[in-house]
Write a protein that binds this ligand. Structure first.
Ligand code: NAD
Length: 490
């Protein structure tokens, strides 16, 4: 049985899609494992009018269990509901009274987690009232969890952070980037810092380039009105991709704690080259999907303006000006309506300086580069591509793969990112959350690209659904005499 953790949770936006689809099922998993047992209570709040019982029934439905499941019934009995408009100051007193009652009933020691699963425009208001109306005046811990997006550029992110900082200290703020809760993302640190053969080669002497691909097969679905104001650069690069790149680029932390890991991540980000106009134009490309055989063009999707210049695809080259990475680029790409749904990292090593096997009479193909591929999702695992001798007479080489994949049984037992992240918040461990400094450096980098794009009119649409993005994304890497490791029609 896991160690029991004690806390009250208040979910703002507690009847939203995220709460029902991810948050409550993740909490139920923690309940089944014993992290949550007797000493927890939940208040769901939103504008909807519901009784406690109706709310409990809704939560029960979200759990994917039979209505009669005794364990689930016991779990939802800890949930209560308060209809509440977050802008209504007076209502925080009602919430406080309810919180104090649950604190007493379940002996919660005044520990409180405020989960803001709401539109970001409300974050500052809620945080302010939590403080001024006394919900944080308890003996125990107070922590606030913030969903993405954290701002839409550096200035708005800073305003948001200033508003939060009036009520909460940095160590009390948990900014969710659910990619950091993924098993294989956490494995990046294990593989790098747990293996001499990896970490000793992890630099510009031995690594030619690193490629990060977050490929989505779907289009905008019902998120069009949000997405059209965001685009792939803001929605995927500023947060998820920058976090992955950062875990790949940072130096070894002094210890495996949130404070030391964050310090190294920030140090790496400080050496990320922030592009000027010319560099941004050369090193980043954007795309928008057109129509496919049975697919509408992005501009014809519901709730998307017909003249939208929003980016549904981004590819770029990132450069770290530091001793470890100078001269070794990180290529990234992400987009919607691509060939497949997957996330992977390809670490391409330099080829041997001299290929002693390619003498003319041997007619051997030149040696291929070693590649360490980390498959993040949907299947978690690694492949290391090495060159080996082909079986039989003569001396020819061929690339072979050493593979490891998480098997189906282990994969089923892998905690959902939200389960892991909620657990981390209860422990007070900020390792897998974005610190303000990380967020601010990432925005400063991304803002430069955005600024340049805002000045230029793109030629959209420029890629077809089912491809791997516009031709310009291939040209970006080919210009450096390289190829994407994952490509179609190899
Ligand atoms: P949603 O629209 O489904 O739910 C929003 C909730 O906020 C509802 O419960 C609504 O009643 C409540 N609400 C709105 N205005 C309110 C007010 N004035 N006072 C009180 N309650 C109010 O949204 P969602 O999809 O659950 O997303 C919530 C947050 O999580 C957003 O910031 C979103 O960007 C982020 N997010 C969502 C997902 C997802 O998969 N849904 C993924 C990543 C991030």
């Amino acid at each position: 049985m896991a160690t029991e953790r004690t806390s009250l949770f208040i979910f703002f936006g507690g009847t939203g899609d995220l709460a029902y689809r991810k948050l409550y099922p993740s909490m139920f998993n923690l309940y089944k494992k014993g992290t949550l047992r007797e000493h927890f209570g939940v208040i769901g709040t939103s504008r909807e009018k519901l009784t406690d019982q109706q709310f409990q029934e809704n939560v029960l439905k979200s759990l994917d269990v039979a209505k009669t499941d005794k364990e689930a019934q016991k779990f939802v009995s800890h949930f209560v509901y308060e209809a509440h408009d977050v802008t209504d100051k007076a209502h925080y007193q009602v919430l406080k009274k309810r919180a104090d009652e649950l604190d007493k009933t379940y002996k919660l020691n005044g520990n409180r987690i405020f989960y803001l699963s709401l539109a970001p425009s409300f974050f500052g208001t809620v945080a302010g009232y939590l403080k001024t109306e006394g919900l944080t005046d308890t003996e125990g811990f107070d922590r606030v969890v913030i969903e993405k997006p954290f701002g839409r550029d550096y200035d708005s992110a800073q305003q948001l952070n200033d508003a939060l900082s009036k009520s909460f200290e940095e160590k009390q703020i948990f900014r969710i980037d659910h990619y950091l809760g993924k098993e294989m993302i956490q494995n990046i640190e294990a593989v790098r810092f747990g293996n001499t053969i990896v970490e000793s080669l992890w630099n510009n002497r031995y690594i030619d380039n690193i490629q990060v691909t977050l490929s989505e097969k779907l289009g905008v679905e019902e998120r069009a009105s949000y997405y059209d104001n965001s685009g792939a650069l803001r929605d995927m690069v500023q947060n998820h991709i920058m976090q992955i790149v950062n875990l790949l680029a940072m130096e070894q932390p002094v210890s495996f704690t949130d404070v030391d890991i964050r310090a190294e991540k920030v140090k790496a980000l400080r050496s990320l080259r922030v592009y000027n106009v010319a560099e941004a134009s050369t090193n980043f490309v954007r795309g928008q999907y057109g129509a496919g055989d049975s697919q509408r063009a992005y501009r014809d999707e519901d709730n998307v303006p017909h003249d939208s210049n929003n980016d549904t695809f981004v590819a770029g080259k990132l450069l770290f000006d530091n001793y470890r990475w100078s001269g070794t680029p990180f290529y990234i790409r992400t987009g919607k309506m691509l060939a497949d749904k997957f996330t992977r990292v390809d670490v391409v090593f330099k080829k041997p300086l001299i290929d002693i096997f390619s003498f003319p009479q041997n007619q051997n193909a030149p040696l291929e580069a070693n590649v360490l591929t980390m498959y993040i999702e949907p299947h978690a695992g690694f492949t290391l591509r090495l060159n080996a001798k082909t079986n039989g007479q003569g001396f020819q080489t061929e690339p072979i793969n050493l593979d490891y994949f998480v098997d189906a049984k282990d994969s089923k037992a892998t905690p959902e990112p939200y389960e892991r992240l909620i657990h981390d918040v209860m422990k007070g461990d900020g390792t897998n959350f974005s610190s303000w400094q990380e967020v601010s450096y990432a925005w400063r980098f991304v803002d430069q690209i955005r600024k340049v794009w805002d000045l230029q009119k793109p030629q959209f649409p420029n890629y077809t659904p089912g491809s791997m993005g516009p031709a310009a994304a291939d040209e970006l890497i080919q210009r450096d005499h390289r190829q994407w490791v994952y490509r179609l029609n190899k």
